[in-house]
Write a protein that binds this ligand. Sequence first.
Ligand code: ATP
Ligand code: MG
Length: 394
Amino acid sequence: MKYQSFLIKYAEIGVKGKNRYMFEDALVKQIRYALKAVEGEFEVTKESGRIYANALTDFDDEDAVAALKRVFGISAICPMVQVDDLGFEELKHQVASYLEQVYPEKNFTFKVNARRANKQYPMTSEEINRELGEVILERFPGLRVDVHQPEVMVHVEIRSRINLYSQVIPGPGGMPVGTNGRAMLLLSGGIDSPVAGYMIAKRGVVIEAVYFHAPPYTSDRAREKVVELARLVSRYAGPIRLQIVNFTDIQLYIYDQCPHEELTIIMRRYMMRIAQRIAEKQKCLGLITGESIGQVASQTVQSLAATNEVCSMPVFRPVIGFDKQEIVDIAEQIGTFETSIQPFEDCCTIFVAKHPVTKPNIHIIRKSEEKLSERIEEMVCEAVETAQTVLCQE
Ligand code: ATP
Ligand code: MG
């Protein structure tokens, strides 16, 4: 059986009044975007608390469901058959023929769940349930009713037309991208930052990204890996504008002027400063990193405090309390893990000292940074101005 339509459900909690329209419109837009990548043509419409995606042409079933499963804000995807309301006698045939086509094996327990959005309909939901249940039992002797835990719940939604569906595929949840402002992701080639970007996008935030590249210490392949990661995250988050900042001169300058055990922390402070300047230019309201407490020397609580100190924008760290394995699990689930573990050097690993400070003292770090005062402002400005933009999308 080939469905031509999907009924798309979303969690309505917290989306009342004016917010609801914003939420629905953003969701429709994201669904259209996701389905554009699928073979076939679709029409996405919104109709009194329901969103439908109707295929206008032949389409790839599996791809369409996979694409919808990546749209934040969707709580469930229900492949559906929509029939005209031609009276109850006709509905009996329509429901039987639906089950006939959808379930080749006719031995399962079921329950009919009717809902009347059209209150003019001449029968109550209870009557519809009972009568359709009887028709189904007569027609398919292998089926049994189970009102508590049916294997198949036959939904019959009576509106101006009638929606029949019995498959409910879970969506990713979250909020549609575009309903919660914009933030700048510091995207490295590692496992954590793509996951962090995914998690914030899931809350409805539009994601932009910045990558600090240090050629020739980091290769073109390392850069390509980051572009690929941004593209993978964009499958969920929508198109991502990635800025590639040339960080080499700044890194070398810090290396020349500052104590080596403080390199990582000072470098990270400059990454945050530059990311914030670019974020302000792009009207982002926050920064996002993949930091997690205690994971590496630069992520002790003291180091995080020292990195955070240079930011006036909020820094979102969605994986802050996760173990590595928990982050890996999400990376695998969203499909970034394989790319993240490709072994290309990232710019931090080249300049790491043997014994980096793990409990940096902010006063000492500030003192060390004074040694950069002659050229650093000019170098930061240049890094911001010469950043290259790559639009990453499917
Ligand atoms: P990840 O797996 O995300 O690379 P990590 O475990 O390697 O993280 P760090 O290298 O300490 O951790 O980086 C911490 C965070 O700083 C990263 O999650 C990322 O948000 C940001 N970051 C690190 N290096 C870069 C870079 N070259 N470009 C952009 N952001 C970076
Ligand atoms: Mg890293």
